[in-house]
Design a protein. Sequence first.
Length: 202
Amino acid sequence: MSIRSEVGSGTTSRHGGSLFAAAAVHRDDDGNSLHAPVLVLNASYEPINVCAARRALVLVLKGVAMTEEENGHFLHAARVAMRVPSVIRLLEYRRIPHQSRALSRKNILLRDRNTCQYCATVLPSSELTLDHVIPRSRGGSSTWENLVACCHACNRRKGNQSPAEAGMKLMREPRAFNLHTSRHIMRLMGRSDDKWRKYLFY
Ligand SMILES: [Zn+2]
């Protein structure tokens, strides 16, 4: 996802890379299983993140995490067949800095649930833009608190004005991605996956 991984970031490529290069050749399962979302639990079973199955397998192979639930697919690499996880759990408890999620277009759209914050229309990501609530030309910064999802029509209408000047109103005050928001997103993603449910709905 989407939700950027904060778990062991940047340390996996060398170790995992060669295995998965081999896997790409020998894989006889459907290729999408490596991109399937995997729920990441802290050692305490608290859900903390979602990552792609490929990354989850690297964490398991490195001994950083263990598989709690499988998704029913196999990954065949060299002579080894690995079960692809659906839920993994970190073996060591990590303190997660919830306030430090990367500020990105993707995360802003996730936070705002792909909903234009002025007219409340829900749109695919490709039809949304980011609006600086206080325009950049007037000193508005690129921060969680000043960026919102916006449809092109509202963006044009607002132009170089503040919402008040344009006679427009924000659906809600934009805030940084926090624990509550990410839980909400994990729940939305996990709603259809029985294996996630017991970790997310309690
Ligand atoms: Zn709009």
